[in-house]
Design a protein around this ligand. Structure first.
Ligand SMILES: [Zn+2]
Length: 245
């Protein structure tokens, strides 16, 4: 009988212990009774969140980035025309087509001749803010040797490799230019984007044969169609792989 001590002080200690033990379940219950409210609140907010994410997930978000703009004309082509107008014209055609696709939502980093500074990193930041599922930066290439021509696609992160591959496959079919393949390159637009991202160099503006086609409406329409095909194929692939559902 070690616990049955006749010492009053120990009795008091035991009484305090008993009271505490009795109080403990009450405290616990009141704490629990507070929880359902919290849980309900959490449930409500989490169901809201899942609703929101379901809404977000219903559309496949595509960020289109027309290269250059404003006081940054990009390359000056063989004919003297600027890269910035080629990229905007083609991007707008892609935008129009994507708007007509069900289950697609399109965002443009620029829709007019506005300047976007490189220092601000605004292009990838914009796509990240919009929570885009894919990002495509559209450009025309240049080289000192005017004989160099062809279509190529750049990517940076491993997670963008497949997207770049699919895009290149479709676009090169449309341009009918030399297939220069896909290349990994540290370009901030494809590096700082948090989704699969590709920078498309449709053709060489410094090559007069490439350039003369690149500025035509017909060529741009074909390329725009092929970009949309590429996006759709990638969307289907990512659905299969569970990246996007
Ligand atoms: Zn460019």
């Amino acid at each position: 009988m070690v616990f049955q001590q006749k010492n009053g002080r120990n009795h008091r200690t035991r009484n305090i212990l008993v009271v505490t033990l009795l109080l403990f379940p009450i405290l616990l219950m009141s704490a629990c009774s507070g929880n359902p409210e919290n849980n309900n609140h959490n449930n409500a907010s989490s169901s809201n969140n899942s609703e929101n994410s379901e809404n977000k997930n219903t559309a496949f978000k595509v960020a289109i980035d027309p290269g250059h703009g404003g006081r940054d004309p990009g390359a000056t082509g063989a004919s003297g025309q600027y890269e910035k107008s080629f990229t905007l014209n083609l991007s707008k055609k892609v935008e129009k087509r994507l708007e007509q696709e069900s289950g697609m939502e399109v965002f443009m980093t620029r829709t007019d001749d506005s300047f976007i500074s490189q220092e601000s990193r605004e292009r990838p930041k914009y796509a990240n803010r919009k929570n885009a599922d894919v990002f495509i930066s559209i450009h025309g290439n240049t080289f000192s040797d005017p004989n160099v021509s062809g279509t190529e696609t750049y990517y940076y992160h491993k997670t963008s490799h497949q997207f770049a591959q699919i895009l290149q496959k479709h676009v090169v079919k449309a341009t009918e230019f030399r297939d220069r393949g896909i290349k990994k390159k540290d370009l901030f637009v494809v590096r700082d984007t948090e989704m699969p991202a590709a920078l498309l160099e449709v053709g060489y503006l410094t090559n007069s044969a490439n350039e003369s086609k690149m500025h035509t409406d017909d060529f741009q329409s074909r390329v725009a169609d092929s970009i949309v095909k590429g996006i759709k194929e990638y969307k289907e692939e990512s659905e299969k792989q569970g990246i996007f559902s």
